[in-house]
Design a binder for this molecule. Sequence first.
Ligand SMILES: Nc1ncnc2c1ncn2[C@@H]1O[C@H](COP(=O)(O)OP(=O)(O)OP(=O)(O)O)[C@@H](O)[C@H]1O
Length: 343
Amino acid sequence: MALISLTNVSKTYPPAERGGERVIAIDDVTLDIEKGDVYGIIGYSGAGKSTLVRLINALERTTSGAIRIDGRDMTALPERDVRRIRLGIGMIFQQFNLFNSKTVFNNIAYPLRVAGADKKTIASRVDELLSFVGLTDKARNYPEQLSGGQKQRVGIARALAASPSILLADEATSALDPETTSEVLALLKRVNTEFGITIVVITHEMDVIQTLATKVAVMDAGRIVERGDVFEVFSNPQQASSKRFVSTVVQGVPSRDEVLTLRQRHRGRIVTFSFRDGDVSQSVVFAELARANVGFEIVYGGINDIQGQVFGHLTLALSGAATNQEEALTNIRSHITVTEAGL
Ligand SMILES: Nc1ncnc2c1ncn2[C@@H]1O[C@H](COP(=O)(O)OP(=O)(O)OP(=O)(O)O)[C@@H](O)[C@H]1O
């Protein structure tokens, strides 16, 4: 049984003004997240990612459909029971949402106090968490005395205080610089592997997906348009909208504007070859081009590594007779994916 299970979930908001349209933020989403998963939710701004997470946390109620946490339907339970289940779900945010008037110690202690834990239990649990996030020496400091990365580490410690089985992370590293992002991602990885906590991460950052997520769902206009293993979805997206989104975050795919510039610079046909671990080597492409007497220039490219599995894209401007180019591309297409750049 999935730890988090959404069945035909929809969420609509009333129109912002009289006579306006209702906003369909989530549109008939069915999704299973298994215990131990790190599930990435990605997609353009406004796709419905944050709403989805607020529904999982029951901070908002669904318009229709069921959300089960460990088999219990949150949408059918009274508020008292929902509150108890919510204690088992930690949450971290882009802007950290710490209490600025409380010390680091008291921020982390807060959920334990709300749950009615005694002083001794609180002290030992907070010490344990401070040590886990590497901030033992900051216990008496206030949030404003901390760097962004340190604040997020406090956020993580606070989210873990009540020993949740699920951690929801809404753009948790988007306000951090790349180095600090790596540190926080490494910490989240440990949260998953050492404590077995299931993590749902909303992000628009490739780093987060690359280093942390095991599975991913791509959202577009309130729907999940594609889902699955991270490497599969990123190296070979199937749906037009996920192709579009993925191409904006992976290395090596020229954007539409870049393709326009490439077309101004090069007269020939411009094609992108996509390689994945386990495919034939790039030398097959060059051999087929040479065999058909097709000239080329390498005009764009890049490699992506997703937890040890590699895929990449190479864009070439071709020259030579059109029939020769077609013959070479037909042969290459039997080995790897070939797309006309910009399509
Ligand atoms: N409380 C609300 N009232 C009305 N409309 C809302 C509300 N919350 C979200 N929406 C709308 O629902 C849609 C989905 O919003 P949501 O914040 O979930 O998207 P998102 O994918 O998280 O975007 P972002 O990446 O920008 O945070 C948007 O059209 C948004 O305007």
